[in-house]
Write a protein that binds this ligand. Sequence first.
Ligand SMILES: [Ca+2]
Ligand SMILES: [Ca+2]
Ligand SMILES: [Ca+2]
Ligand SMILES: [Ca+2]
Length: 631
Amino acid sequence: MRLPIVSRAFWRDGILGFARHLWFFNKFLEDAGGVTPAVSATITFSMTNSSRRDMLRTAFGASLIASLPRCAAACPACILTPFGSEASAGKKSVQASPASRIQFEDVLETSKISFTLRNSVSPQRYSIETMMGGVALFDYNNDGLLDIFFTNGAAIPSLDKTGPEYSNRLFRNNGDGTFTDVTATAGLKGIGYSMGVAAGDYDNDGFIDLYVAGVNANQLFHNNGDGTFTDVTEKAGVGGRVPGLGKAWAVTAGWTDYNNDGKLDLFVVNYLKYDIRTAVLCRDQGYPAYCSPNDFQGTPNILYRNNGDGTFTDVSESSHIAQYVGKGMGVAFADYDNDGFTDIFVSNDTFPNFLLHNNGDGTFTDVALEAGVAFTGTGKTVAGMGADFRDLDDDGMPEIFHTAMFGDTFPLYRNIGGGQFEDVTGKSGLAALTSRYTAWGTGAFDFGNEGRKDLFAAGAEILDNAQVIAHRPFELPNLLFRNRGNLTFENVTAQAGAGFSAPAAHRGAAFGDLDNDGKIDIVVTTLNGPPQILMNRSQNANHWIILKLVGTRSNRDGLGTKVKITTRHGDQYNQAQTAIGYNSSSDKRVHFGLSGAMIVEKIELSWPSGIRQVLENVRVNQILTVTEGTK
Ligand SMILES: [Ca+2]
Ligand SMILES: [Ca+2]
Ligand SMILES: [Ca+2]
Ligand SMILES: [Ca+2]
């Protein structure tokens, strides 16, 4: 296709200017008309030195150049396809979208959400105080709108919710930007000093249930489907007691179907062996301070197998989970070796992490050391906090990312296949970006809908008096690391909005699309403060798709389903999981940013049942319900 404007651009600006004009013309067509671009071109040119790359970077932006083929000095020619060509379908090719700012707005005030996370900070500084609290994004009433649940603390040292100020809270999404506190009707105020939350439909009745993990009480709430919940903890047998130890201090939990029988099982993450009545108290430079986890013994985690009749069996011993005693803070699930069985990653605090390989016979083996994720690449343990287990380079093999504390850096372990991971924290740029931060909640989501998953981390120090003890502020910003491709990241926190980057005592974070506009929103808790309701206001014309999975032979939530999509920009991978980050539970729906792709050529689903399902030529910019097929 020849256009006078293009010809003029060519003669005026040379080949780079020509390509740039063509690129903008295509973008204009896409944005304005919503039609497949009619103009495309392949430009062949010599690339003999790095200065040429710099010229290209100027012309097209760093994000595009990042995915160019790397050429040695002797490379005779490289082919640049600015819009991704049909010939390159199936391979990761050059992205069409320019870097657009990812921006969030904290809408707490207009949301009418009134909640304060109370930890009852004491002069003694009991360790539990700094370890809360969680948030869940889930649709409890099936109206298509994500609702918000917050855990809350209790009085100290009684650990009783002595008044309504300690109540856990459920806020119903009204669909107009406001929320209504429905805690009392729902019967979800809870008992004890609560910490983490896990949402999952354990009885496959189509209504998502809630498990709340805490210091002195864990509770399972069955969703009755009429806006109310019933505490079924005792009947279900999931109270969180460890043989010989009693009720263990649980930080969080997660739902996963480890034996692929169509029923969600429950993994409970326990932290330290701790009794507030006898707990050692610590000081630092004369100031009261939260003790190091090194001052306490660890505890084993718990695995409850779902019997399908409303009861669970504690299989921690027979599954070998109980033999791994750690100091767990985060849990995330993925089938990292693609053998069809979901594996479990547990980030441990100042203790080697666990990678619990699912052997497929009801047992697990911790392979973290051999796999390269127990310690960092330099052989260090770090303060493992929130975790996510997700494919960040879209090669079909999920990476492990977790937050940590000041001086640790937040490790990124790249899955290189064969059951092995490589510590790419330095190579990815994350070491330099994270070494001066401490963070809790985290998640890997494509916040800019550019076709790559970015990383979020909820920053805050551990000690509330960190300023006087360590000369570091207690309150830190949320952090946003944009994925530039090739597993490299840049810090875009400063551009993400004042409400996003405002320092606070952040803790848990949950991810999901609260207003169903295709952009992932974030809810973050802050200690002794209100939550942040961070609506994604990124201004771009990028496309997206959200898949709401309905399992039939698999668990009804479809948790554990692996999803691969193909567009003209290449392949992307994601999975249905709710156990993400710290203390928290995210939307079960599976989101993909699509950049400028006009159609999703193929969606391939691998359900936990083993059923594989393929959808072709799927419309973009929609929330698509996918019911598990029968084959
Ligand atoms: Ca709802
Ligand atoms: Ca249910
Ligand atoms: Ca596996
Ligand atoms: Ca949104």
